[in-house]
Ligand binder design. Sequence first.
Ligand SMILES: [Zn+2]
Ligand SMILES: [Zn+2]
Length: 320
Amino acid sequence: MTNLFVTAAPANAAHQTLTDAQLYGLCKQYGQQALEARRKFIGLLPEVYRRRLYAKKGFSSINEFAAKLCGVSEEQVRLALRLEQKFEDKPVLKMALTSGAISVNKLARVASIATSENQEYIAEMAKVLPKSALETLVRDVKEDTRTSLRCMRAVPGHGNPQQSSMGVKSVEWEAEKSVNALRLDEDVREELSELQGKGIDISSLIREMLDRRREELAQEKQKLAEKENRRAEMREMATSREWRSKPSRYISAKIRRQLRKEHGNKCTIATCQKPATIIHHTQRFALSQNHDPNFLAPLCREHHAIAHTIDQKYRQEWQL
Ligand SMILES: [Zn+2]
Ligand SMILES: [Zn+2]
């Protein structure tokens, strides 16, 4: 007892001299190593099970083996064994599991959409995306395998609803889900039905208004885009060092207002109903160095993570 105390004391004293940053750094480092080792341990379990190694070594079951040696739960053991069978025809994912490169929890989330054709893509996504974004990705793929992924690539075209697949999807989706839920104030409803009573075509009237709105938005956007690009050019030509080093990451209130007018307050991905939380640059900011609204898309946190993963090059520019 005394011995233990004596050897423990200097270690404690050493920890006391650490700065917060150093202490936190050590916690993160050891934590990461522990998690990695745990994933690797779980990856060994299918082979342990196949050889009945647990019985040979005196454990009553694979569950006891996993719990005693590494504190792994029965649920995780079950997942590891089930996933290994499921990935029989998907060697990339099977390798990700048995090598411990990706956790069983993440692999379990993507297992339902994995095929032998998309396994590499799925493994890459599972490796870099946080769990919540993975769930969104799985839902998108299930909902519509083709559209949702093409959507993410088509983001630069989102301003033109007739052309981008996202816009097309949006129109269909709107028609399906929310025409019946169209909310009109009583006075608007009254005025419209009065006009209709006079034999005026309400649809063409509203269409005209919508056309005008679209036109106005497009013009406003064009102006903002020109201003942004002019500023970037000037920065390019400037010789003064301070001026050159100031491509501001701040997006002006005017541009934000324009985005809100065009996209509302929800994520730009048509099938997504989550609030937009991040303005995403569909062209890498580090290269374009401007906030041309044609290349900005308000996204929810999950779709933002997915957008960055689809184009690996964008991963450095994560948060605005
Ligand atoms: Zn982004
Ligand atoms: Zn979203």
